[in-house]
Design a protein around this ligand. Sequence first.
Ligand code: TRP
Length: 354
Amino acid sequence: MSEIIKENTEIKCSDLVGEKSNTEKKIIFSGAQPSGKMTLGNYLGAIKNWTMFQDDYECYYSVVDLHAITVPQDPATLRRQTFELLAQYIACGIDPEKCTLFIQSHVIEHLELMWVLNTMTYMGELNRMTQFKDKAKKSELNLNAGLFTYPVLMAADILLYQADLVPVGEDQRQHIELTRDLANRFNNRFSDTFKIPEGFMPKEAARVMSLQDPSKKMSKSDSDPNAFILLADDSDAIARKIKRSVTDSVGVVRYSDEQAGIKNLIDIYANLSGKSVEEIVSMYEGKGYGVFKQETAEIVVETLRPIREKYLYLLENKDYLKEIYASGAVKAQAKARKTLRKVYKKIGFVARER
Ligand code: TRP
């Protein structure tokens, strides 16, 4: 494994922007699986960051449906969720005029590069992937080869676009390392072909916890729907879930690990309001949890309202969404093909006539 993977935890968005040269924008790639509705956690932990890059970087954001089928999917649900995720990207502020938004399966090059990289990936490397090991433990009945080579497809996603930076969650760190290893391996064996990408995992990206058990991450697959807030939840549901969120018996709004429920709400409040933790704590000095929860709920409701409205509007306008992903695929493919052509040439494949 490469030692050189850089910890990007200290880099701030503004620093990155400062690096940009005017002639050539740096490239960002990221993707999410169409595996159900997005939560407040996905928004604050990922998508909100994606929107911050769009003015200064050349951004490619994909709905990774090829990855989704590594676990069984109901076809109608997969199709619906693909539209929903695309609509949520846009509703959250990702501007299709500025970014390339596309559906992974529409750009065949992902699979072509994956095959090449498969032939350069060691079984041992994939065996070490903790996400694979976790998934394998959970579903022994569905230990398919796709689940095993999932990280290679992810590497292909990233390398095709010559991405400089890949904003992802902490759980993807190992996959980014593999991507870098594969890029270096190819470059060393043939010659410089791939940009070596870096993961972008900002510490300050909110890690939103379950409202019912703040020791766990907020997840839409939680069996208790009160544990998570969906971007598509209506205002009443949001207010109710926050009101019922688990706290403690201390009764003082303080930012401490012993009061994990309150800490989580402060983080959410801080992220959405732009206020610092200290400011919030002092605002609620001498006030109880009731007021604090109510005002936190108001901020969440007001933030999510326009997102939900736009989301519902977009879902009613499928033709618009189709235009977005159709032109996205054309743009993405142009970039991807360029990389793949180089790869095929270096490997020794005979160039296609026409
Ligand atoms: N594996 C990522 C996840 O589950 C999704 C993903 C697929 C991805 N391809 C990617 C993320 C490329 C970043 C870059 O979150």
